[in-house]
Every structure is written in C-alpha cells, then in structure tokens.
Design a protein around this ligand. Structure first.
Ligand SMILES: CC(C)(COP(=O)(O)OP(=O)(O)OC[C@H]1O[C@@H](n2cnc3c(N)ncnc32)[C@H](O)[C@@H]1OP(=O)(O)O)[C@@H](O)C(=O)NCCC(=O)NCCS
Length: 151
C-alpha cells in the first residue's frame, strides 16, 4: 500500500471518540470497552496526542504524558490491523518522540506486554530495573475524598 496520503494530526480536538474506541476494540487488548467520557479525561491530560488518518478514517493513535524536561511516558499506541506492517507504527511513535513536549526530556518510558521488538527497532531498550506499579483503588470512595480535602 502506498502510504503517502496518510496524515498525522496533533490536534486532540480532531479525535472522533467512536472511531477511537472502535480502533482500540480491534487493535488493543488492554483498552477494550473504554468509555468516551474516560477517553476525554485521558486525552485532556495528555500531550502530545497524535492521530493518524486515511481520509476520514482514524487508523492510528498514540499519546504521551510529559513533564517537559525530565520524564515522559508514551501510552496507547495502536495501528489499525489493515495498516500494520507498513512502517506507520514507527512513524506514529517517531511523531510523538519529535514533539517538543517529548523531544527535550531526559528519558522516555513506555510499558509493553509483547511489542518489545517493535520498540527496539525505534531505539528503546528493555529496562527491568526501574518499573513498579500500584493498582490504584477507585478515587471516589469517602476515604480518598477526605484525604484529598485534608491535603
Ligand atoms: C505494535 C504496532 C503499533 C506496530 O505498528 P506497525 O505499523 O505494524 O509497525 P511498523 O510497520 O511501523 O514496524 C516498524 C518496525 O518494527 C518491526 N515490527 C513491528 N511489529 C513487530 C513485532 N510484533 N515484532 C517484531 N518486529 C516488529 C517491523 O518489522 C519494522 O521493522 P523495520 O524497522 O526493520 O522495518 C501495531 O502492530 C499495533 O498497533 N499492534 C496492536 C497494538 C499494540 O500492541 N500496540 C503496542 C502496545 S505497547
């Protein structure tokens, strides 16, 4: 497939949430059945948010969070199955990496279950020494609300 007509967009307002969730239902095991209102929160708190378009069809997505100088993390990278293996995933991640919010930071992190080789092709290295995770409790319980109010 000739991909020269594929466009990359850094405007989060361009995101069509129905198409976004349809893409993730197809391509991303970790993000099936997300709610539009939750996507809106995630996107509002991410920068850059990069979408990839074949005309009006959303065919790829990636986003990052960044402090602008020390650390950034890339999230939710997905390419529509019909468009995989064409070099578009690499371009998508490189577009995130070249954004000013990410290009100047000391370290860029990401988490992946089984796409290590894809990211290695782009220059990422495995890093088993620094990563931990807290599976957080829902934030709308009375205790956590009280803790936030008390600062
Ligand atoms: C992972 C994903 C984003 C890759 O996108 P893609 O458009 O298919 O990848 P590209 O065609 O740009 O591949 C870039 C390079 O990585 C290699 N590559 C891609 N996927 C690979 C895989 N699973 N294993 C090994 N190499 C891979 C390609 O061969 C290519 O190598 P090259 O530089 O020698 O040409 C895409 O397959 C996808 O959306 N998968 C489902 C969602 C997912 O797993 N996302 C990542 C979550 S962290």
């Amino acid at each position: 497939m000739d991909c020269r007509h594929i466009q990359f967009c850094a405007n989060p307002d361009a995101i069509d949430f129905e198409q976004l969730q349809a893409l993730f239902n197809l391509a991303a095991f970790w993000a099936k059945d997300r709610r539009v209102e939750d996507w809106q929160i995630a996107i509002a708190n991410s920068s850059p948010v990069i979408s990839m378009w074949d005309g009006q069809k959303l065919i790829g997505f990636a986003r990052a969070t960044s402090d602008g100088i020390y650390r950034a993390t890339i999230w939710d990278v997905a390419v529509h199955p019909d468009y995989q293996g064409l070099g578009l995933g690499r371009k998508l991640v490189e577009t995130v990496l070249s954004h000013p919010k990410v290009s100047r930071v000391e370290r860029v992190y990401l988490m992946t279950t089984n796409q290590q080789q894809f990211y290695e092709r782009i220059g990422f290295q495995s890093n088993s020494t620094t990563t931990m995770v807290l599976f957080n409790q829902p934030l709308d319980t009375p205790c956590s609300a009280m803790a936030i109010e008390m600062g």
